[in-house]
Design a protein around this ligand. Sequence first.
Ligand code: FES
Length: 357
Amino acid sequence: MSESLWQSRPADLYGRRKRDRLVTVFWGLSRLFSVIVAASRWTPAKVVPVRRTIDAVITERVELTPDVVALTLVDPDGGLLPAWTPGAHIDVRLPSGRVRQYSLSGPPGRRTEYRIAVRRIPDGGGGSVEMHGLALGDTLSFEGPRNAFHLGSGESDLLFVIGGIGVTPILPMIRQAQAAGMNWRAVYAGRSREYMPLLDEVLAVAPDRVTVWADDERGGFADVADLLADAGPRTAVYVCGPSAMLDGVRIARDENADAPLHYERFSAAPVVDGVPFELELARSGRVLTVPADRSALAVLLDDDPTTPYSCQQGFCGTCRVGVRAGSVQRHGRTAEADDEMLVCVSRSGGERIVIDR
Ligand code: FES
């Protein structure tokens, strides 16, 4: 550095650079200061969501449990699928046009094929039933992968809390943690081993690190103390499972503000501090009432089960509708224009809102 600094010193009127130590030191400090100022203005590149749509064909279909099927997806032309990291999911567009999110549960980063797993919910929105009806050779399209559930760097003491189908994003995390030599444990809870998908693969990673809580063996549900028995105050907890499990763990960990907690929901979060409002459907003029404890999306689905949605958590944008009148109280995690509303999480800012439906 000193040589290049010397070469970059200003020359005198005759193009000579004097070997004056004091001048060199001052010149060097001024260069260093300008480099630091420039660096302080650097901002990391923004991560732009990938919106490309990719086709994939189903090449394998495995019944993991009586209600969960695993599908293997590959590029129809035999190419590589996009890169991904543990915790990632894809937004699958079903033949009916429904969009649903599924975590990638295969070996971390595998690009020759993706594996997703789908739990059949007979009284759900119809997406899981449709997925279960797909056969080998059927083609799907998807967007992504996207990841909102990363394995954090700098965390060395980890506890994975798994409930049923919540195993899908966590299994690749466990494999990565094991490969990286991290100190991890896992507790996997379900009603019986028969209904715990991918349990064999979780145990295969390191059986002595995994606690299996099968309700039929233990004589009842695991409570939060059972789930967090291996979590110290500084243990990073990763939880994915039913809402009751997730909310219980969150409340327990919130009591310790320093306790790192990461979670992923597969369903809508409960509405907290909601205020009722009226939802006017502009095209028909009908007015629906949204109660304090329900989302506008839930009410719209009661009215029309084909109402589009996916994440139910305000980040995928699938449920976006136009707003013709009224103000929006925004709770989404993706951009909403002034005249748009994510009906899964956002609410009316007044007594009534008119939407473009
Ligand atoms: S369903 Fe994803 S943002 Fe509303």
